[in-house]
Design a protein around this ligand. Structure first.
Ligand code: NAG
Ligand code: NAG
Ligand code: NAG
Ligand code: NAG
Ligand code: NAG
Ligand code: NAG
Ligand code: NAG
Ligand code: NAG
Length: 472
């Protein structure tokens, strides 16, 4: 006799039940796209607008602000989460991992990094930064190549800049890299102005994100501790294992910690949300200094793009750390959960600590993955039906054109020169006064960024031959 349907279902593995396929749609989930600040570079198409210039338009100038590419691990993540987990693993030699489903890989797994490698760019990081350089040459075949690009002075940002140059330049040693010191007394005049802002704390958001971290790791700890009595998995262990999915992937190209049998899609979404809460309060709309720190780059860059000086460069490229691009987004009003409804007063309510707001637009995986990049383009448009010929501006994040709430009178997501100028003025009024807001106490602070025209920074240095790009 044929078994009944219920008996058949009872024999199916749990995974098959949970990833049920329905007509026209299959559930797909890639944890690498939900890893916040340790997400390998990807272009989430958020929104899915076309990166091509709108009909009739061509880009005549562009400026890029990039986070550095993939690194082995940042020191905080390594010391707080990863190293203690690895050390505990090494100390618990009595556990037979081969007997533990979904964790059995730990029997032979070795740590992908050592303490001395923290903060360094990985091979994948160098490759991806070089690829971005090549992508820029595809995207802007008619723009003059720059003579210089800029970077903050850390090794990982400098190496990212050099790797990009190797992809962008047509002949070796034709583009220089200018290093801008990461000073604690630069005022707004550096690519790391948050380091010169005493009111900014790098630990902002830790308390808030810890609330959700505790909630979502609780069942995972219970599950692991039931499977492996004696190891005593902690919140930090679980968090570190999930971070290792990102870091190990950008070191070795893949990681067993990304396996969906180990952590489910909903658990990855909860990990991501925990990071989103942290960044909301650290560099986002929940931090009152964010817009003030981001504004000087926007203002300086808008001036470069709009300038009518003959012989001006066509392409400006700058490298910084994960903090600055999101602060510029706040200055620009991008990824604001409260835009189109809500108010400034309620923006913290859009990131509740005890549950996930899946409808948020503030997603750190989209905002600051490794190599995350913000572009502002100046375009010439002629024959864009329905629009006057002239100069228009648009903004792209990780190659997706973004709508600006205050600037939307041009083709597709662009706006006219006049509207863009007004928009930048208005944002400047909202966030004028870096030094006062930051509470700077040192001499010679400044509220404006002038690195792009400061001759005392020199012309930088060439980056050497291509093959050196891929040497460790
Ligand atoms: C853009 O338009 C201006 C004014 O019409 C013109 O001078 C300039 O050459 C154009 N630039 C490009 C890149 O097409
Ligand atoms: C592992 O053992 C070493 C040596 O006894 C000790 O210093 C270290 O704290 C232990 N690590 C953990 C995470 O317990
Ligand atoms: C498990 O680890 C936590 C945090 O380190 C510690 O407070 C607790 O005492 C440990 N529990 C056991 C049973 O070892
Ligand atoms: C975010 O959007 C709200 C609602 O439109 C607005 O009141 C607030 O000023 C915006 N925040 C920023 C920094 O642009
Ligand atoms: C959001 O929370 C932060 C941190 O508590 C606070 O400084 C900020 O003023 C809050 N923002 C609003 C608009 O209430
Ligand atoms: C923007 O830049 C211009 C030109 O450097 C400067 O005069 C103005 O004060 C700046 N605005 C703000 C708000 O920083
Ligand atoms: C501030 O600027 C003045 C004038 O350029 C200079 O003499 C002085 O050394 C500077 N102070 C500091 C702390 O750099
Ligand atoms: C930088 O380059 C410009 C133009 O090529 C040149 O005039 C200037 O002397 C150079 N500056 C230095 C410090 O080399």
């Amino acid at each position: 006799m044929a078994p009944s349907t219920t008996q058949l279902v009872g024999l199916l593995p749990l995974a098959a039940l949970s990833s049920a396929t329905t007509l026209y749609s299959t559930y797909n989930f890639n944890p690498l796209e939900h890893l916040g600040g340790v997400a390998p570079y990807f272009e989430p198409q958020d929104p899915p607008t076309s990166p091509d210039a709108p009909q009739g338009c061509s880009v005549s100038r562009a400026a890029y602000l990039n986070r550095h590419a993939a690194i082995y691990a940042n020191d905080f993540d390594f010391e707080t989460y990863i190293e203690p987990f690895i050390s505990k693993l090494e100390n618990n030699t009595g556990i037979d991992w081969t007997k533990v489903p979904s964790l059995n890989f730990l029997a032979t797994w070795t740590a992908p990094l050592s303490e001395s490698e923290q903060e360094l760019l990985t091979q994948v990081g160098k490759l991806e930064a070089t690829q971005l350089g090549v992508d820029l040459s595809f995207r802007y075949p008619n723009l003059k190549l720059p003579q210089r690009i800029w970077t903050s002075s850390a090794e990982r940002t400098e190496k990212s800049a050099k790797s990009l140059v190797r992809g962008l330049e047509k002949e070796d040693n034709t583009i220089n890299v200018v290093s801008v010191y990461e000073s604690a007394e630069s005022g707004a005049n550096s690519l790391t102005p948050y380091k010169a802002c005493p009111a900014y704390s790098s630990s902002a958001g830790s308390d808030e994100s810890a609330v959700h971290q505790k909630i979502f790791t609780k069942p995972i700890k219970a599950r692991f501790n039931a499977a492996v009595p004696g190891f005593n998995f902690t919140t930090e262990d679980v968090y570190g294992m999930m971070q290792l999915c990102g870091y190990e992937s950008v070191i070795r190209g893949r990681s067993p910690f990304c396996d969906l049998d180990l952590f489910s899609p909903d658990e990855w979404l909860a990990w991501e949300y925990t990071e989103d809460v942290r960044y909301h309060y650290n560099v986002g709309y929940g931090n009152n200094v964010a817009g003030y720190v981001g504004l000087p780059w926007l203002n300086a860059t808008a001036n470069l793009l709009m300038s009518e000086t003959p012989g001006a460069d066509d392409l400006y490229v700058s490298f910084t750390h994960r903090e600055l691009p999101p602060m510029v987004f706040v200055a620009m009003g991008l990824f604001n959960n409260s835009a189109f409804g809500g108010s400034e007063a309620t923006v913290n309510d859009t990131m509740p600590l005890d549950r996930i707001n899946h409808q948020r637009v503030w997603k750190s995986s989209h905002v600051l993955p490794f190599l995350s990049n913000l572009a502002i383009e100046r375009m010439n448009c002629t024959g864009s039906y329905g629009y006057e010929d002239g100069e228009y501006y648009r903004v792209l994040v990780n190659s997706a054109p973004q709508s600006l709430v205050e600037c939307a009178d041009g083709p597709a997501t662009s706006c006219s020169r006049e509207a863009f100028d007004e928009y930048v003025q208005h944002r400047g009024e909202l966030f004028r006064g870096f030094s006062e807001m930051c509470g700077t106490q040192y001499e010679n602070t400044t509220d404006t960024m002038s690195i792009y025209s400061d001759s005392s920074l020199g012309n930088g240095t060439v980056v050497g031959k291509r093959y050196e790009a891929f040497r460790l």
